[in-house]
Write a protein that binds this ligand. Structure first.
Ligand code: CMP
Length: 224
C-alpha cells in the first residue's frame, strides 16, 4: 500500500490486514488540475484521503471573493466535517495538480469506527491539529503583518511539500500568486510586494508555482 495512505489518520491505528481491507473498501478517483471534488454547500456523503497530488480548500464570500483555508497533500484527509456534524460541505475542494483520492462513503465509515477506539482517536487527533492550526491562523490575521504571514505560509508549505536541495528547500506548491494571496488573507499586491522584498534580500527565489527557500532561518524568524 502507498506509504501516504498507510500514514493517513484513518489508517494509522489499523494493523496490516485491517488496512488492506479498508483500502479495498475505498473508491479510487483521479482528478486533473482545476477539477472540483465538491463545492461548498453540497450535501456531504464521503470523506477523502489524498494518495497523490494536492487539494486546495476554499470558501467564497457573498460578493465573490475567495479565501483559502488550507492546501493539503498526500496522506491528509478532508470532507470529514459534514460526516461528524451532518450538514452541507463547509468548503470547496479543488485539485491543484493531477490528484488521486480515496473516497469512503459515510455509511461505510461507521463500522470502522465502532469497536475501534484507536481509529476514532486518530481522527480526533487530526481534527484537533486542524483546530490548533486554524486558531493560529486566526491570531496571525489579527496580530501579524502581511510579510510575516507570507513568511509563515512559505515555511508551512515547505513543511508539507519542501524538498531539500544543495542551495535550500525547493517548494513546489502549485499555487498561483492569486491563490497564495488567498491563503495568506491579503491582497495580491501586498503579497507580491512581500515576496519581491524577500527575493531581493535573497531569502527566496520565485518560480512559477514554486519557490526556492534560500534562507529558511531568516524566513522563520520573520514568520514569528
Ligand atoms: P466538509 O465540510 O465535509 O467539506 C469541506 C472540508 O474542508 C471539511 O469537511 C474539512 O475536511 C475541510 N476543512 C474545513 N475547514 C478547514 C480548515 N480550517 N482547515 C483545514 N481543512 C478544513
Amino acid at each position: 500500500m502507498e506509504e501516504a495512505v498507510r500514514n493517513a489518520p484513518l489508517f494509522l491505528a489499523l494493523d496490516e490486514e485491517a488496512s488492506v481491507a479498508l483500502r479495498a473498501s475505498m473508491v479510487e478517483i483521479d482528478f486533473t488540475r482545476g477539477q472540483v471534488v465538491f463545492a461548498e454547500g453540497d450535501p456531504g456523503d464521503r470523506l477523502y484521503v489524498i494518495v497523490d497530488g494536492k487539494i486546495k480548500l476554499g470558501t467564497t464570500s457573498n460578493d465573490g471573493r475567495e479565501s483559502l483555508l488550507a492546501v493539503l497533500g498526500p496522506g491528509e484527509m478532508f470532507g470529514e466535517l459534514s460526516l461528524f456534524d451532518p450538514g452541507p460541505r463547509t468548503a470547496t475542494a479543488t485539485a491543484l495538480t493531477e490528484t488521486t483520492l480515496l473516497g469512503l462513503g459515510h455509511d461505510a465509515l461507521g463500522p470502522w469506527l465502532t469497536g475501534r477506539p484507536g481509529v476514532a482517536q486518530a481522527l480526533l487527533k487530526a481534527l484537533a491539529q486542524r483546530l490548533r492550526r486554524t486558531n493560529e491562523n486566526l491570531s496571525d490575521l489579527v496580530f501579524s503583518d502581511v510579510p510575516g504571514r507570507v513568511a509563515k505560509a512559505l515555511v508551512e508549505l515547505k513543511e508539507k511539500f519542501g524538498e531539500k536541495r544543495s542551495d535550500g528547500f525547493y517548494v513546489e506548491h502549485d499555487l498561483t500568486q492569486e491563490e497564495l494571496a488567498q491563503l495568506v488573507g491579503a491582497s495580491r499586491e501586498t503579497v507580491n510586494k512581500a515576496l519581491a522584498d524577500f527575493a531581493q534580500r535573497e531569502w527566496i527565489k520565485l518560480e512559477p508555482r514554486a519557490v526556492l527557500l534560500l534562507d529558511l532561518e531568516r524566513l522563520t524568524r520573520r514568520s514569528r
